[in-house]
Write a protein that binds this ligand. Structure first.
Ligand code: SF4
Length: 175
């Protein structure tokens, strides 16, 4: 795996765009967001596309050995990087982790409209019909950019499985 693939910087740029929008929304919804250290039930074992996996690995480089983490255990649902209620790869965490807690707008299952999902601990006083494109994170754009980036990445690298839907469990960063 090349450590200089140009897709890494495109992934980091996409991540920055999402961080900027997530920050705007966190300010807009600050009264409704209850996320805080120790509230970590969304930190489950996740899997990511190869572009994310290798960009994170490239960024963490030789720091991975010294980062506090649990050994993967099939019976534990929580992420191995969650320790004492905090994420130990916070600055490099995957995109999905950067969107947690916020209202996320997705295309609905039949592709004819949109629906919003959010953590049940947040937005207790907001009616679902109050959500719109201006006060949610519009995921279809981000997801299609990530999908395309991943497709280009796996085509440019010597990766055996070229299925663009293939994902890698995050805990494998420690392999
Ligand atoms: S990478 Fe960090 S934020 Fe994401 S699930 Fe793991 S502990 Fe939580």
């Amino acid at each position: 795996m090349s450590s200089t693939n140009s897709k890494f910087s495109e992934y980091y740029n996409l991540r920055t765009d999402i961080d900027i929008r997530a920050k705007e929304l966190s300010i807009k919804h600050s009264k409704e967001l209850k996320c805080q250290k120790g509230c970590d039930s969304c930190c489950e074992n996740i899997s990511v596309f190869p572009i994310e996996f290798h960009s994170i690995k490239n960024e963490l480089d030789n720091k991975l050995d010294s980062i506090p983490k649990r050994k993967f255990n099939i019976f534990k649902k929580s992420c191995i990087f969650l320790q004492d209620g905090a994420c130990h790869i916070y600055n490099s965490r995957p995109i999905i982790c950067r969107t947690q807690g916020l209202p996320l707008m997705y295309q609905n299952i039949n592709g004819e409209g949109y629906e919003v999902s959010h953590c049940q601990l947040n937005f207790k006083k907001i009616n679902i019909s109050d959500f719109n494109i201006d006060n949610t994170l519009f995921m279809p754009d981000y997801n299609s950019k990530l999908y395309l980036l991943n497709k280009e990445f796996i085509e440019s690298e010597n990766i055996f499985n070229k299925n663009p839907k293939k994902r890698i469990p995050l805990y494998k960063l420690t392999d």
